[in-house]
Design a protein around this ligand. Sequence first.
Ligand code: MRU
Length: 345
Amino acid sequence: MLPGDRSLSWDDGAVVAVDQCALPGAYRLLRLSTVDEVIAAIRRLAIRGAPAIGVAGALAVALSAAAHRVGGSGVDGRCDEVAVRADARRIAAARPTAVNLGWAVERAVSKLAFGPDAVLREALAMVVEDEHVNRAVASRAADLVRRVTKRRPLRLLTHCNTGRLATVAWGTALGTIRTLAEAGQVEEVLFGETRPLLQGARLTAWELAEAGIPHRMCVDSAGPTAIATGLVDCVLVGADRVCLNGDVANKIGTYPLALAANRAGVPFVVVSPESTVDRALASGAGIEIEHRDPAEVTALAGAPITPPGTGAYNPAFDVVPADLVTAVVTENGVHRNEIRREAAS
Ligand code: MRU
């Protein structure tokens, strides 16, 4: 039901997506035909990863526009714009940190005046674009990695999941790893477990195995040590929001990797589409960080691991200051430190 290697698509009035909560135990497809179903899937991380939630959000606006279609004799008809805009606000608020969600929802909403079919056409264009953008950014980032590293084949470290599951197809940082591996340039990929929801252990491991790329899981707290002890030639991560000054928000646990990489002189490269760059935000201080339910960390596989009543600090993301980032690579160029200083190379 999903064309090619896509993880997210549209099929006859419904959003179809790989259920990322079910992996690696089961490969299941979700069929979501209401706005509320898409919002719930994004909130429980069945659809997750900045580009994927953006595209799913745009498709959810198309679902809303179709549900609120009114009379109209024009080719595309019209929709109840007030109702769709109210849905769009709820969709954009499903998760706060990834800028892609608000960006994509806004892009779909911008077609509202042209009717529900125009909204759907825009959302479908974003499905196709996402794959092209990922392949372009991955190829550019792979070139950069080749330039900033000496050892061959490469030992790479990544965090969270930035692959085909986190996007429509191919992936960003993991897409870069796929591109390098296709060229026979990858010796091993270390990836963090990504506690507490285990996007690395469950999803990145699954994708690397599917692609036949040699890999080993790295205990989350051991990532900085792997870098410090010379096991890593380059760190490659994605992003949920990149600010104008080059600060980067990404999955919790990214910041200690950046600190360790900086100290060890190992390149720390962020790979993300332009849609992840928030040109309205001066610095990382303004990024809203999602904090998740303490219950996600006070129990393991349903069994409590803390005494009753123990609270938890459970941010889903952290912010890496620009000075720790070697480069942010997008489909349009290689940005070093400040996004404004676009030093395309
Ligand atoms: O909470 P998640 O799993 O949605 O967090 C995802 C990440 O932090 C990814 O690194 C980021 O969205 C980039 S995905 C290409």
